[in-house]
Design a protein around this ligand. Structure first.
Ligand SMILES: Cc1cc2nc3c(=O)[nH]c(=O)nc-3n(C[C@H](O)[C@H](O)[C@H](O)COP(=O)(O)O)c2cc1C
Length: 216
């Protein structure tokens, strides 16, 4: 009797944990895609998304891996970083919550409940807000973490921006190659994001990519 209660309790804990985080399917490294040359030649920004089309967890896994997933020796990423510091953190803003990509564990770790995609549209300061991002089922946000890098000197700040650009371009090229739509963006509500995700001044939201299907 005691044993079955314990088993029940343990399964409840496991269920609660899996309700929080998303264990991603293994990235599909043998999927069909355009050639590199065709991808480079056709890549373009998309700013109108089909609200009726979601992306699957497999697609989420694949695009996160393309952005900054683990590769050789489990110590290198698909995108290079200065001195291999791997200081770019990737957050996924989904309809039901905000998650951080854990590349080593291949999972999305829940950071906040609810739909916060509006933070990706911009703060609205100066009248600039891009509402179209809320039509995309997911937006991936790159955050430079200067604590991970080890310092925040002027040179490091430049390196962080370059590293985030590498991640964003991986997303741009991957999406084009497999028929998804995206646009690299520097517009978002930095203060709102910091507040929601408890980020400090040493963690800078820098670029984001909405991802979905183009509305035809
Ligand atoms: C660093 C950077 C920041 C950008 N920020 C935005 C943005 O905030 N909003 C937007 O709609 N597009 C943004 N873009 C997309 C550019 O406007 C777009 O790449 C450019 O017009 C060229 O078009 P293409 O991507 O179709 O070649 C940004 C691009 C880069 C590289």
């Amino acid at each position: 009797m005691k044993k079955s209660i314990l088993t029940l309790a343990l399964s409840c804990v496991a269920l609660t944990m899996s309700a929080q985080d998303i264990n991603l399917p293994t990235p599909n490294l043998s999927q069909k895609s355009m050639s590199m040359i065709e991808t480079l030649n056709t890549r373009h920004s998309v700013r109108n998304y089909d609200t009726t089309k979601d992306i699957t967890n497999q697609q989420l896994s694949d695009v996160c891996w393309a952005a900054c997933g683990m590769t050789r020796d489990d110590n290198h990423r698909t995108s290079p970083t200065a001195m291999n510091r791997q200081e770019i953190r990737l957050f996924a803003f989904l309809k039901n919550g905000v998650y951080e990509y854990d590349a080593k564990a291949n999972k999305l770790v829940k950071k906040a409940d609810g739909d916060h995609r509006e933070l990706m549209a911009g703060s609205g300061k100066g009248g600039f807000k891009q509402e179209f991002v809320m039509d995309a089922p997911v937006t991936l946000l790159m955050v430079i973490d200067f604590d991970i890098f080890g310092n925040d000197s002027e040179h490091t700040k430049l390196m962080g921006c370059v590293d985030a650009g590498n991640v964003s371009e991986n997303i741009n090229l991957y999406c084009q190659a497999v028929g998804l739509a995206t646009v690299p963006r520097a517009t978002h509500d930095t203060n709102g994001i910091r507040q929601l995700l408890n980020l400090t001044e040493k963690q800078l939201p820098i670029m984001n990519n909405p991802i979905g299907y183009e509305k035809k």
